[in-house]
Design a protein around this ligand. Structure first.
Ligand SMILES: [Zn+2]
Length: 225
C-alpha cells in the first residue's frame, strides 16, 4: 500500500501512540525509583478518573490482562483496581507523555472509580455531558426501569422514536428562526436526547457518530456533494 492509498483516518487514530509490553523497558523508571504516575481517563467521557502509580510488574499485568493494576505505595503490593469493590477499569490503551515518565491510561470503568462512590476521585473533573447522557440512555435501554420516559420510548419502538426525532428536529429548526436563544437551546437539548435514544434503539451510540466525524476530518465535505 502506497502512502497515497492510506485512509486519512489513520493519521488521527490514537492507536499508534499506545504502548505495548515491548515498550516497557524504554520508559523512564529511574526518575521516580521504579514507579510511574498513571493518570486514568474514562475512554468514553474523557473525564479524568484518578491518579495511581505503576511499577514494571503493574504495567505488564495491566497490558497483559486488560485490567488496570497499580502498585500501592502504602502497602507495597500490586493492587488490581476494583478487586474489592468490583469497580474495575477495563483497559483501552496506555500512552506515555513526551519524556516517557508519566502514563495516560484510557479505560472503561465498571462503576464509580472513587471509593467515595463518585465517578471520579476529582469531584469536579469535567467530562463530556453528551457521553454521560449516551451512557445513561444505554443503561435505560438495558434495564428498562418502570416509569422512565426513556423506557416508554424504547418500548414504543424505532418508528415511534424516529417520529419524535423528526418532531424535535422541526421544533429546533423553527426555534432557530423565530424564537429566542433559550428556546433554541431547549429544543436542541430535546433533539439531542431523542437522537441518542434513536441511535441506541438501533444498537448504536455516540461513539459510532464520533467515528464517522473523525473519518470525515480532512476529507471533502460530504454535504457539498
Ligand atoms: Zn477516590
Amino acid at each position: 500500500m502506497t502512502p497515497t492509498d492510506m485512509p486519512e483516518t489513520q493519521a488521527t487514530d490514537v492507536a499508534p501512540l499506545a504502548i505495548t509490553l515491548g515498550d516497557i523497558d524504554a520508559l523512564a523508571w529511574d526518575k521516580q525509583r521504579g514507579l510511574l504516575p498513571a493518570i486514568v481517563q474514562d475512554a468514553t467521557t474523557h473525564r479524568v478518573l484518578m491518579l495511581g502509580y505503576m511499577d514494571r510488574a503493574a504495567l505488564a499485568i495491566t497490558l497483559d490482562s486488560g485490567q488496570v493494576t497499580f502498585f500501592s505505595r502504602s502497602r507495597g503490593t500490586l493492587w488490581r483496581k476494583g478487586e474489592q469493590s468490583g469497580n474495575t477499569l477495563q483497559l483501552v490503551a496506555i500512552d506515555t507523555d513526551c519524556d516517557a515518565d508519566t502514563l495516560l491510561v484510557r479505560a472503561v470503568p465498571a462503576g464509580p472509580t472513587c471509593h467515595l462512590g463518585r465517578t471520579s476521585c476529582f469531584a469536579q473533573a469535567a467530562g463530556s455531558m453528551l457521553a454521560d447522557l449516551d451512557r445513561l440512555v444505554a443503561t435505560r435501554e438495558a434495564v428498562r426501569p418502570a416509569g422512565s420516559y426513556t423506557t416508554r420510548l424504547f418500548d414504543g419502538g424505532v418508528r415511534r422514536i424516529a417520529q419524535k426525532v423528526g418532531e424535535e428536529g422541526v421544533e429546533t429548526a423553527l426555534a432557530g428562526v423565530v424564537q429566542d436563544d433559550a428556546a433554541l437551546l431547549g429544543e436542541a437539548a430535546d433533539l439531542t436526547y431523542h437522537l441518542l435514544v434513536l441511535l441506541r434503539a438501533r444498537g448504536l451510540g455516540l461513539a459510532d457518530v464520533e467515528r464517522v466525524l473523525r473519518e470525515r476530518e480532512g476529507a471533502p465535505c460530504a454535504s457539498e456533494s
